[in-house]
Ligand binder design. Structure first.
Ligand SMILES: [Zn+2]
Length: 304
């Protein structure tokens, strides 16, 4: 997804409410000192771990033979990401920076790896979209992917095999799952929103009907006990999980499309379908869908 401003505001509000009511000057001073998000590194196994800060969850591998980072969040959180990676790797270069897809909350921090990452890897469509965004007028300086693939990329880094695989159109037209094969950990990028309404980038190739298939293919390609890293999760829900979480998300999206299909069949117009926020029965944990998301479902279902 593109913004975590909602989370930012929510955590600021909680913090302010806690101690600064009626003391705006103090509150402002505190706010300037403290980021509303905390950078956290969590190891899973065999040198593979994840970093949370501001934006999509980052994955990493640090072993005796090399360093890999998956996604880079935003430029500000990427600085803290790079600091932590350097500390843990004893300042070794990053052999591969891999982008799961082009969105700014996953690739905007690539620039922090300039001069540090030997290669930046992405699916060809994601790479093209990152380069396009970087070429826009007033765009911030960017480190775009220089190594692309269409279906599968695979490389040995130290005693780990790292694989990037594109399963077809889903959250965008250029998503990849990054697997650390021996560690049995797979980074799903934004193919996984854990109990949270997903961002669907229809303009750049997203297709919800195929996203459902992609989740099934990805699950079938991994062991039943693989640990998955999720791009995003609902408030205070985990950003890692299991195959069951992937299947829960598949079921949610199936229900969403079924709901839309039924509405179209019943004669609802786009305007009627998007008129009010919708919470899907049985999938309340995902929260309400706004007009934008409902419109995307409607457009996709109308196009068949
Ligand atoms: Zn995204």
């Amino acid at each position: 997804m593109s913004f975590s401003r909602r989370d930012f505001l929510a955590s600021s509000a909680v913090a302010l409410g806690a101690g600064f009511i009626g003391r705006p000057a103090l509150a402002r001073a505190w706010q300037q000192q403290m980021p509303a998000w905390t950078p956290v590194f969590t190891e899973i196994r065999r040198g593979v771990g994840f970093f949370t800060g501001r934006g999509g969850t980052v994955g990493y591998l640090i072993n005796a033979g090399g360093v890999v980072v998956v996604d880079s969040q935003f430029p500000d959180s990427a600085k803290l990401l790079v600091e932590g990676i350097n500390q843990r790797s004893k300042n070794r270069p990053v052999d591969r920076l891999i982008n799961t897809h082009h969105h700014g909350d996953h690739s905007g921090g690539n620039i922090a790896f300039k001069g540090l990452a030997k290669k930046v890897v992405a699916h060809e469509r994601a790479a093209e979209l990152i380069r396009q965004a970087a070429a826009a007028p007033n765009a911030a300086e960017q480190l775009s992917p220089d190594s692309t693939f269409t279906d599968v990329w695979r490389e040995e880094i130290g005693d780990e095999w790292v694989r990037a695989k594109h399963y077809g159109r889903a959250h965008t037209g250029g998503d990849a799952v990054i697997t650390f094969e021996r560690a049995n950990v797979a980074h799903m990028g934004d193919l996984m929103f854990n109990r949270r309404v997903p961002v669907i980038d229809r303009r750049n190739g997203a297709l919800v009907a195929n996203w459902i298939v992609v989740l099934e293919k990805a699950a079938a390609d991994h062991a039943s006990d693989t640990t998955y890293i999720f791009g995003h999760a609902g408030a205070s829900l985990p950003v890692i999980g299991t195959r069951a979480d992937l299947m829960a998300f598949r079921d949610y999206m199936t229900a969403a499309l079924n709901h839309t299909r039924a509405a179209i069949k019943a004669g609802q117009t786009r305007e009627q379908y998007t008129a009010a926020p919708l919470t899907l029965p049985g999938f309340e944990a995902y929260g309400a869908h706004n007009a934008n998301t409902l419109g995307i479902f409607f457009d996709e279902m109308s196009s068949f």
